[in-house]
Write a protein that binds this ligand. Structure first.
Ligand code: AMP
Ligand code: MN
Ligand code: MN
Ligand code: MN
Length: 297
């Protein structure tokens, strides 16, 4: 047994998706890639689902990878849809499971409305097409519509689908009344986890005082951390969000937001380390202090 010291040498990737939401790989495949790429602290964070969490934990036991349970909750700040990642959660927490279940029901209603809206714009059968791309009828994401619209030749790329059909104001976009940021933070805290504001550079916050206004509210509502280094952020965003984490005394997280080899620009673990001037989100996690992997080959 070779002790694998990770304290001080943590290579974390704390944002990823499996087929349980809109990723295209299994939990075991993600853990295999994480280990191969030298990641030693990993989380699966499917949209509104913890279905793959246990499979990820079982796969991590076979590998030199420490693992925390995660989820990415669809929420909203005022009328802006945002994502709150929950890390190191107890995925069996009953309130969390109930909240995720209602959120998935909203996804189903939205997907039907998106299908109707696209049909109105001359694109038939999009709901059925998206449904065929999804693993579960209750977890249909805009990504599944995007895959259908590309497969059926309506658009050349996912990027084209999002800019023509899946953004606010476009024909396939249907707004949803997701849970509030407060509610998402409360569910994550109730499940013993850390609440992390995901990829904040991606939100349209301009009319509401900009992203610092969102981060200030997130902090005041009890949020724990923000993603600083992630695939949704450019290198200049890394510096801006590092400064925002320090200014609002929030911890910092890092994650590839990996979905699939074909669609994700950033591979698992393929991000720079967090600056030592930041407090990492895993600071107080006992799993991140482990120095041996007793069960690993
Ligand atoms: P949903 O949670 O169903 O609203 O879908 C959001 C998902 O769509 C995100 O998690 C990404 O996987 C994907 N997505 C969002 N914006 C884009 C974009 N501009 N291009 C490609 N995929 C995107
Ligand atoms: Mn996604
Ligand atoms: Mn997201
Ligand atoms: Mn994500």
């Amino acid at each position: 047994m070779v002790p694998n010291k990770i304290n001080g040498l943590i290579v974390a990737d704390l944002h990823s998706h499996t087929r349980a939401s809109d990723g295209s790989l299994s939990a075991a495949q993600l853990l295999e890639i994480a280990e191969a790429r030298g990641v030693n602290l990993f989380a699966i964070t499917d949209h509104d689902s913890v279905e793959s969490v246990a499979a990820g934990r079982a796969a991590a036991l076979e590998r030199k990878v420490n693992y925390v349970a995660g989820v990415e909750i669809s929420a909203q700040w005022r009328d802006v849809p945002i994502h709150v990642v929950g890390l190191n959660i107890d995925e069996s927490d009953a309130s969390l499971l109930a909240g995720l279940s209602s959120t998935r029901a909203m996804r189903t209603d939205r997907a039907k409305a998106m299908g109707a809206s696209l049909a109105h714009s001359g694109i038939a059968n999009a709901f059925d097409g998206a449904r065929r791309h999804a693993t579960h009828p209750e977890l249909i994401s805009r990504s599944h519509f995007a895959r259908y619209l590309v497969d059926s030749g309506v658009c050349a790329s996912n990027g084209e689908v999002f800019s023509r059909f899946m953004k606010p104001g476009k024909p396939g976009y249907v707004p949803v009344n997701w849970m509030s940021v407060e509610a998402a933070i409360a569910l994550i805290h109730g499940a013993g986890g850390c609440a992390v504001l995901a990829h904040a550079a991606r939100y349209d916050t301009e009319a509401l005082g900009g992203v610092s206004s969102l981060i200030s509210d997130f902090k005041n509502l009890g949020g724990d951390a923000i993603e600083v280094i992630c695939s949704g952020h450019s290198p200049s965003d890394w510096a801006n969000f590092a400064a925002l984490a320090r200014r609002f005394e929030l911890k910092a997280s890092i994650g590839s937001d990996f979905h699939s080899h074909a669609e994700s620009k950033v591979r698992i673990g393929d991000l720079p380390r967090l600056s030592p001037s930041l407090t990492p989100v895993w600071q107080d996690w006992s799993i991140a202090q482990n120095t041996v992997f007793p069960n690993r080959r």
